[in-house]
Design a binder for this molecule. Structure first.
Ligand code: FAD
Length: 448
């Protein structure tokens, strides 16, 4: 008889948990995974995937307009939210099914209920059963944080935004991170009046200042209203269903929807972790070492619940490294240097490595190269919107330590260029590559 019911019990079937469960099972472990909502997790069900599909849908507003300059007789088109919403949700259903099938085909037992930690090797299920496992992996992700102002329950979060009955005519978005800016762009393209409010006057903290300034300028020109130093005082509902938001330093505003995009909190509440000796940090995230091991030797954690870098490919890598190390006899660790990321705004922005200000703080000497240009397509479309590419180099070694861009297809271009940055290539290496003309990406090898 085996000492434990399972070799591995994973709590949470999101990006990190599914990868860890599937690969551990492929390595021969007996694995169970508990999911309280839907297999696939935030990214697939209510994050990256449906968000990106809405971004594609939204961008047609510009493409249809620009098409006229390219000779197409585009009639006045209107947009039907319900069609896009339902098509996106059925794609989410398809992916949910695909993730479930992958787990099943790897003989991972899926337990569709909430699970909590009942001890170093014990998990309690919502139906009252307790099961045991040699290793427990906490992969419970994070959830939207909502400010505690009066009337906050009248607002929605990214969890609900994909299911709206109707497109709001006026929407207020609280926050200035990537989710806030992405939804500001989406709603604005669909024709909603968008007001984004933020406690400070900085959007997209952590991104290069020149790139985020450019987004602010373009977004403002497109009609998104930004209100800074605005802190929620409260929300009240009118007889007609409208919502009036009171905030510091600005007049109240009446809208149809309020979307909170004010950060994400690790899902550790009520999980029983402290009882098993698992230490949490001041944000409630599980504290882990470089092997994703918590302060309890049999309990590990990956993904957003550890609040390292809250991105899907990072959670997946952490899950893979965990599985290979624990059950595959192939120990390796995730390298957190030069993780690329993007904001799917209109236009999108993307970056990898050090921003100019980080490089100036960390390196003795820094050289910055820039290309500020109007994409050929935008010129013909009469679209007065300039792209900006920035290359940050170590002034002594010539090594490219950061690349930051805003412009059409920036995330697609940056993913390829990030390989060069990760490989430690120099500005001279970029310059030795012949330009691919005409393209936007050629600016990367032509920077002065
Ligand atoms: P999750 O994917 O959140 O999975 C955790 C799972 O655990 C969930 O399914 C949850 O229901 C389940 N769970 C929680 N507690 C329990 C319990 N006690 N018992 C059972 N099950 C439980 N990242 C990108 O890289 N690119 C993007 O473009 C991007 N866009 C995003 C857009 C939005 C709107 C949001 C909200 C996030 C976005 N992210 C994006 C972030 C990305 O979704 C997360 O980084 C990623 O999903 C983290 O994976 P995870 O495995 O840690 O957690």
């Amino acid at each position: 008889m085996a000492e434990f019911d399972y070799d591995l019990f994973v709590i949470g079937a999101g990006s990190g948990g599914v990868r860890a469960a599937r690969v551990s099972a492929a390595h021969g472990a007996r694995v169970a995974i508990a999911e309280e909502f839907r297999v696939g997790g935030t990214c697939v069900i209510r994050g990256c995937v449906p968000k990106k599909l809405l971004v594609y849908g939204a961008h047609f507003a510009e493409d249809l307009k620009d098409a006229r300059r390219f000779g197409w007789n585009v009639p006045d088109c209107d947009f039907d939210w319900a069609t896009l919403r339902d098509n996106v949700l059925s794609e989410v259903d398809r992916l949910n099914g695909a993730y479930t099938t992958t787990l099943e085909s790897h003989k991972v037992e899926i337990i569709h209920q909430r699970a909590t930690v009942a001890g170093a090797n014990a998990v309690r299920l919502a139906d009252g059963r307790t099961v045991t496992a040699r290793i427990i992996l906490v992969a419970t992700g994070a959830r939207p944080a909502v400010p505690g102002c009066p009337g906050h329950e009248l607002g929605i979060t990214s969890n609900e935004v994909f299911h709206l009955d109707a497109l709001p005519k006026r929407v207020l978005i609280a926050g200035a991170g990537y989710i806030a800016n992405e939804f500001a762009g989406i709603f604005n393209e669909f024709g909603s009046k968008v007001t984004l409010i933020n406690r400070t006057d900085v959007i997209l903290r952590g991104y290069d200042a020149a790139i985020r300034d450019r987004l602010l300028q373009i977004s403002t020109a497109k009609g998104i209203e930004f209100r800074f130093h605005a802190e929620f005082r409260g929300i009240t509902k009118g007889d007609d269903g409208s919502l009036t938001v009171e905030m510091t330093n600005h007049d109240p505003i009446t809208v149809d929807r309020v979307l909170f995009a004010t950060g994400r909190v690790p899902n550790t509440e009520g999980l029983g972790l402290e009882g098993a000796g698992v230490e949490l940090d001041d944000k409630g995230a599980v504290k882990v070492d470089a092997d994703s091991r918590s302060s309890c030797p049999s309990i590990y954690a990956v993904g957003d619940v550890t609040n390292r870098i809250q991105l899907t490919p990072v959670a997946i890598r952490e899950g893979q490294a965990f599985a290979d190390t624990m059950f595959g006899d192939k120990p390796w660790r995730v390298d957190y240097d030069n993780v690329p990321s993007a904001v799917f705004s209109h236009p999108p922005m993307a970056g990898v490595g050090l921003t100019e200000s980080q490089a100036r703080q960390q390196l003795g000497s820094v050289k910055v190269y820039q290309s500020d240009f109007r994409a050929m397509k935008n010129v013909l479309a009469n679209r007065n919107e300039r792209a900006l590419y920035k290359m940050v180099c170590d002034g002594v070694t010539d090594r490219v330590v950061g690349l930051h861009m805003i412009g059409p297809d920036a995330p697609e271009i940056l993913q390829a260029a990030a390989i060069a940055v990760k490989a430690g290539l120099t500005k001279a290496d970029f310059d030795q590559t012949v330009a691919l003309h005409p393209s936007m990406a050629e600016e990367l090898v032509l920077m002065r």
